[in-house]
Design a protein around this ligand. Sequence first.
Ligand code: PEP
Ligand code: MN
Length: 336
Amino acid sequence: MKPIIAGPCSAESQEQILKTAEFLSSQTPVNTMRAGVWKPRTRPGGFEGCAEDGLRWLHEAKQRFGLSMAVEVAVPEHVELCLKHQIDMVWLGARTSGNPFAVQEIAEALRGTQLSAMVKNPLNPDLQSWLGAIERIEKSGISGVKAVHRGFSINLESQFRYPPMWEVPVEIKRLRPDIAVFCDPSHIAGEAHLVPIIAQKALDMEMDGLMIEVHPTPKAALTDASQQLDFAGFEHLLQHLIVKNTTSPGNELQQMRALIDDLDEELIAVLAKRMKLVGEIGAYKNTNQITILQMERWKAAMKHRIDFGRKNQLDDDFMLALWRLIHSESLRIQGN
Ligand code: PEP
Ligand code: MN
């Protein structure tokens, strides 16, 4: 089995941390426990973490159950406090890793320390920012920096909270074969019952490990309640995950097919968004008594799409056929 980092989204109480650590210390592939003690909330006013109290509980759990401890840091002061409480590993969250100023400040705070570090992907699928954040931490002398794939905040209809866009972590692995890329199925999935699907897919894509949110009573969790696994759910997941033989013929094909499946889902989501807008435009034309098909607009739009397709190495005839089809569906939606 690949290494697994597990633990609650947030440290909430001494009892919760000790209970979780005791359970995780009995689960073989887990050697590191995660917990957030400073919680970046999208909007102010929610639970923002137990800060130094949380670090004290993690330190106690580390001493009692022998797990390494990992905590999210967002500013240099967090790094100082992690050192004070003998935390082993820090990670930069998705809201931090896309900001080079913040990453650089954290990198400076890490310089000369023994802390290990992980960098989650930024909220948007910006490969260069992700790589840049990893490089900044490496330049401060920290070795063995890991990348963590946690999905992307893109405005696409998806069954997942943060669509995985597997082509991005696969590209990171291609560009940086020397670093470990972990997957965080919990934040990608957003729902506990979808976590095993993403976790298995990550192993099929040859990711190097997993980071999974586990909580003694997920329903009562103060953050990310719907995506955390309870202890039984986590054990069940471990029993069912399969690491396939990566050298077997067909594995590469399986990976490429998984990428195609993912891209097709993105295509469908974009098409659905387009057709929804088409419906709204139809209603507007109707209210304002504008005819549906305007030939000049259609010709100009078609030319632009074919030119743009050509710039992207797509065949003219294919573009023409595709856009005729999309356009005729748009006309149907607008009631023509
Ligand atoms: C977390 O790990 O709980 C977290 C806040 O993650 P992310 O930065 O991926 O949103
Ligand atoms: Mn979380």
